[in-house]
Design a protein around this ligand. Sequence first.
Ligand code: F6P
Length: 540
Amino acid sequence: MTEHPMTTLPAWAALETHAASLRDVHLRDLFAGDPDRFARFSFSLGPLLADYSKNRVTAETMGLLMELARARDVEGGRAAMFAGAHINGTENRAVLHVALRNRADRSMMVDGSDVMPEVRETRERLKVFADAVRCGALTGATGKPLRHIVNIGIGGSHLGPMFVAEALKDHQQADLTVAFVSNPDRAQIDDVLANLDPAATLFIVASKTFTTAETMFNAQAARLWLVDKLGEAAVGKHFAAISTNLEAAARFGISKDNVFPMWDWVGGRYSVWSAIGLAVMIACGPDVFDQFLAGAEAMDRHFETASLDQNLPVILAMIGIWHADFLGGPAIAILPYDHRLRLLPFHLQQLDMESNGKSVMTDGAPVAGDTGPIVFGGGGSDSQHSFYQLLHQGPRHIPCDFIGALKGHDGAGPSRDLLLANMFAQSEALMVGRKEQDLDATAPELRPHRSFSGNRSSTTLLLEELTPYALGMLMALYEHKVFVQGLVWGVNSFDQWGVELGKELAKSLQPALTGEALKGRDSSTSGLIAAYLKAKAGGP
Ligand code: F6P
């Protein structure tokens, strides 16, 4: 058997020993023993404050984790990404979403060519297009200004732009509406279309490949609706597309001027910075979008240049590895305490789980420890009244990320007081817990039910304000965190072969759902299809 490159490292063994020695150490005591713990384990970067002091780590833990990061050549992997190397080996592609937010006068090379001229040209075209829609100069087939924007996409062509549009809603131009359609269930698109004036509607078909079944289905549904209302000739004026597959977009009938390119070195879950962000750019304006890119660019510079132990994405990544591989934390909860950030868990679910939900390393050998965590979450306030019970008293230790803004929709008003008091209290409760001995006034038989073990890790990310810049920083922070974890685990964070089998099987099953004979499938699949066909034929 080949030795695993990670678990045989001295730093790995040292972390295992260290984890055993920390098993009985309570976070409460770590705070009590070190009045400077917050200062020691928090990090300010521009408008972002990261408090990681409520994680079960000590200075020794952080030192050993950094040793592991160095031994896994995180520095080399980071440099390779920025240099445009083909680090997505299974697809033989570079990974250069950082070029999309490179606003500096800097070349970014892929296969010997600088991609920046094309990136800048596309950015400029997007800006002109978005401005023309916003000021009403770009009209539909009847001459009406386009006022309703409908993004049709799925996965990264949906979750990223939908999250950002919602997060930046306070910057949205008042006379524009933006909707996002991803589900091939007609219920979604029918609900959206019901409120739209076709003469004022612009559909954006966002699909890197332009072959994704759900997106193509919805794009056709939108096209049929539009043609029914305004005629075939209207398609060119009411559709735009973003894709690497420019021919397929042209075949769909979208005018060349309305088709914006993306590149194979941009992964779907890293694509909101590209033309995939067009709906956001139209809704909020090119200047806001530029600020969003600027925030991500600032995080890129930090990630690229800071030493590992002073590098926020690296610090958070290594704490995640500590939980996943040494403390037995199978999941991470993403808990935004800001209504505008409530869709963040969905975006991060794809970012993290599609990137690092892998069992083999880049050379095909099995991974030894645990890789990407199960990512779940929801708006913090709502989730407090739903699944927090398990976070506080369930037997599993689930590290949490609390995310909030010091100023929000109503500035630093009373709603912030309530939100942030709760957010701070939840991380405190998870950390401190409540001992049975402290429940004197409680009936003895109830004490086990009302006590909390505490010692549960969390990180708090505080934005000064939910600005486009801070949002860009936050999203890029998570991207780099996931990348660093992939480097340490030795997996390719940029492919997603695990989504393919289901797609292939769905394609091969579809004829059976329209009545063709089904051969060679298991009895469960056949039985389920038979039930569907019976219902379709009007059976009970
Ligand atoms: O099926 C997964 C996936 O390939 C994601 O990685 C991607 O974001 C999504 O589908 C949508 O793909 P496309 O933009 O090509 O339609």
